[in-house]
Design a protein around this ligand. Structure first.
Ligand code: DC
Length: 221
């Protein structure tokens, strides 16, 4: 029975570092890891490749069920082809946030997300892990940082990858995505009442990981 398998849900805004924290928590516990944002990014990429507009909700919903999405050895595969880097581009970050507003897309991705819940446990990161996908999660974390701090992190990350980065452009993109992710009617980014707030403005990744693990210890014996 899947509900006996513990889930740690980590939600938060773009570029908050929740992915790195979630992945390390999963590694430490030997749990599986679900990067749900990657799924919305794949939908944006697949739509782009097929010439489907990101606002065409019905066509997107129909397309999603035809996609073969797999995660293998740190790579994301779409129909067997690696798309790990392609889905991280600024264009796909923006596209993911646009396709994610449609209930048709969200519901088509639900079963796939649930299938990640496997023994001995799952750490899942996204926007609606606690509110919609795994409402019975054992631990719910709302991880955030202020938008300037998140812009700085993304800016350094892009430069570190040898990519072009413009601080002001990243800041305005992040603000636009925050606004869209928080204000959409279908599964918006919210902190659920039972979630623990984790502000990472003044915490590095190791400290954030330690915080999550210590919260988990309190609820999981
Ligand atoms: O976590 P991320 O930056 O990779 O997510 C990309 C976009 O996907 C984000 O702007 C909103 C959407 N998303 C979502 O709506 N629900 C999720 N559970 C995860 C991501």
């Amino acid at each position: 029975m899947s509900s006996a398998i513990p889930v740690i849900a980590i939600d938060g805004p773009s570029a908050s570092g929740k992915g790195s924290v979630a992945e390390r928590v999963a590694d430490t516990l030997g749990y599986h890891y679900l990067d749900s944002g990657a799924l919305y990014r794949i939908v944006a990429l697949a739509a782009h490749d097929k010439g489907i507009e990101w606002d065409d909700a019905d066509a997107l919903g129909t397309m999603v069920v035809t996609l073969n999405i797999t995660f293998k050895n740190g790579e994301v595969l779409l129909n067997g082809m690696p798309v790990t880097d392609a889905i991280r581009s600024p264009a796909m970050s923006n596209g993911a946030s646009q396709v994610a507003v449609h209930p048709q897309v969200r519901s088509a991705l639900l079963a796939l997300q649930h299938s990640f819940r496997q023994s001995p446990g799952l750490v899942a990161d996204g926007r609606d892990m606690a509110s919609v996908v795994f409402p019975d999660a054992k631990l719910k974390i709302f991880l955030t940082a202020n938008v300037e701090e998140r812009t700085n992190r993304r800016y350094k990350q892009l430069l570190g990858q040898g990519l072009d980065a413009e601080y002001e452009k990243i800041l305005s993109d992040l603000k636009a995505r925050d606004e869209r992710d928080r204000s959409r009617s279908s599964a918006p980014l919210i902190q659920t009442e039972d979630a623990v707030f984790l502000d990472t403005d003044n915490r590095n990744i190791q400290e954030a990981v330690a915080f999550v693990l210590s919260e988990y210890k309190k609820v999981h014996s």
